[in-house]
Design a protein around this ligand. Structure first.
Ligand SMILES: [Zn+2]
Length: 288
């Protein structure tokens, strides 16, 4: 709603004239379009020769794939929203041996010119290290988790309730909560920001969520690890790591319907994301 239009309505035509604005203030302005985002995937590392059978439930154990580590960026004139935050703590490097690693905040700066303190919100799809760990690289961002995910994995003092979350990450989320920046979403199909909805049911973790964003092309769905690869979505096969296979398959089928086009469902670790969508820069593709 434009200021002029609201003003004209409230003042019922008197004040605009009094202020010399003239009759144009009474004519309805152009309808303000609802919030809409441009969407990019930004790659910050590769995990080489990852076992595909750890990603796709029925895959041949011999298959290997260099998987992409990425974050997704939703931008509107009002907001810069990350979906997931990657990882940066040193401890993960020898353990997982990422190659072509760039700190996620540096990848955002290099790829899209976004400074860390410009990020307004981070929607964390689930508490695993490779999606949550980077959340404290962005000092001003509100951090969104599902309430059930937070309560299941993080105790009131920031302690680990289930070892799927790294202890340092649990403590970090508790610090963000103490700082007043933790936002908890209550369940499925919630519009948490204008034009952005979160959905549960993927059951990668206890209450993992995926994200739908309104774009110029209609709804884009960021599946994160609720669908690791395009192969999960295209063959209707559960992810290998789920606490409920049937729920995961149903959630993937739903994602394909929620998206404006089945091609606009983006899986969590598929390197083909960077082939299927137009390249903006090395390691950056535009999704919408
Ligand atoms: Zn992951």
């Amino acid at each position: 709603m434009s200021r002029v239009r609201r003003f004209g309505f409230l003042a019922f035509g008197f004040l605009p004239w009094a202020m010399g604005l003239g009759p144009w203030a009474l004519t309805p302005g152009p309808r303000q379009s609802p919030a809409q985002y441009d969407v990019h995937a930004v790659r910050f590392a590769t995990l080489p020769a990852f076992r595909v059978s750890s990603l796709v439930a029925d895959a041949d154990p011999a298959r290997r794939l260099d998987i992409a580590m990425m974050v997704w960026v939703l931008r509107s004139p009002e907001r810069v929203v990350l979906v997931d935050a990657g990882f940066y703590r040193d401890k993960f490097m020898p353990q997982w041996k990422p190659v072509d690693y760039v700190r996620p905040s540096d990848a955002l700066k290099a790829g899209l010119g976004i400074e860390a303190d410009q990020v307004t919100d981070i929607i964390v799809t689930h508490v695993h290290w490779d999606h949550l760990d980077g959340a404290d690289l962005f000092p001003r961002a509100k951090v969104w988790l599902q309430r059930e995910e937070y309560d299941y994995y993080v105790g009131p003092g920031g302690e680990v309730r289930n070892r799927a979350i790294d202890p340092e990450d649990a403590a970090m989320v508790a610090r963000i909560a103490a700082d007043g920046r933790l936002m908890l979403a209550d369940g499925d199909d919630r519009e948490i920001l204008p034009g952005i909805r979160v959905y549960t049911g993927g059951r990668h973790t206890f209450a993992s969520q995926h994200v739908g964003a309104r774009t110029r092309s209609g709804t884009v769905i960021l599946a994160s690890d609720n669908a690791y690869l395009f192969e999960n979505l295209e063959r209707g096969v559960a992810i290998a790591a789920t606490i409920d296979r049937a729920a995961n398959v149903a959630a993937q089928a739903r994602m394909l319907k929620l998206a404006a086009n089945p091609k606009l469902v983006v899986p969590g670790h598929d390197p083909a994301v960077f082939d299927r969508f137009p390249l903006v820069k090395p390691g950056v593709v535009r999704i919408d």
